[in-house]
Design a protein around this ligand. Sequence first.
Ligand code: ADP
Length: 242
Amino acid sequence: MSGSPPAEGPARRSVIELVGITRTYPGPSPVHALRPTDLTVGAGEYCTVVGPSGSGKSTLLNLLGLLDRPSEGTYLLDGVDTARLPEKLRTALRGRRIGFVFQSFHLLPYRTATDNVALAHLYDAVPRRQRRQAAREALARVGLGHRLDALPTTLSGGERQRVAIARALVHHPSLLLCDEPTGNLDSATAAQVLDLFDLLHGEGMTLLVITHDAHTAARGQRTLTIRDGVLTETRPVASAHG
Ligand code: ADP
């Protein structure tokens, strides 16, 4: 686009764009786990999704993470229409554009922090030396530059989650998709991870954090609540209970 930007500034690029997305699990009594949903998340936004157990959080996460396909609707990730892509291209897109952070850190216990991060792009045809350099940089970015050779068993829960976050960042994803990232952490360690999310957000990362914890949800710029498969934007954070 040429010429001067509009008065309110140039439009923000969308990382996530859901239009009329639904997910119904078939069966004798089908489960409408996600009702028709529209959602746009712009580049650099920090979104949290809160909801009670069984409300549809995992269903939404699996769709956003290209781990499952919607029953209906369109999902553009970074402008790429994902619904009709063959599985191989969806896998490639997932690997390049999405960094996953889970509740249980899924680290290899007998490999160092650097190995755990470097192994994340073992299949990307990146030379070993370059992979290890990228791993060290990602670990430094999450504040673990001094624990490069530590085994996960010698790290605290918060440090392990930071290794997992470094592993998610090493590909330079467009989106950090986090599933209950503080679920296994005490409140002091959880706070460190949430501070790291603030830092990454400040650096321009797009984050979507799924949680049942209202405190974690409150740290996002935008909060969405899901109940019985219906996603609504809520601010202040609605209670996840009841
Ligand atoms: P949450 O992550 O918020 O606990 P889920 O997305 O796992 O919720 O589940 C939403 C609804 O879909 C629930 O009623 C759950 O029982 C149902 N559900 C989830 N996965 C399946 C499946 N594979 N088959 C049938 N029903 C499912």
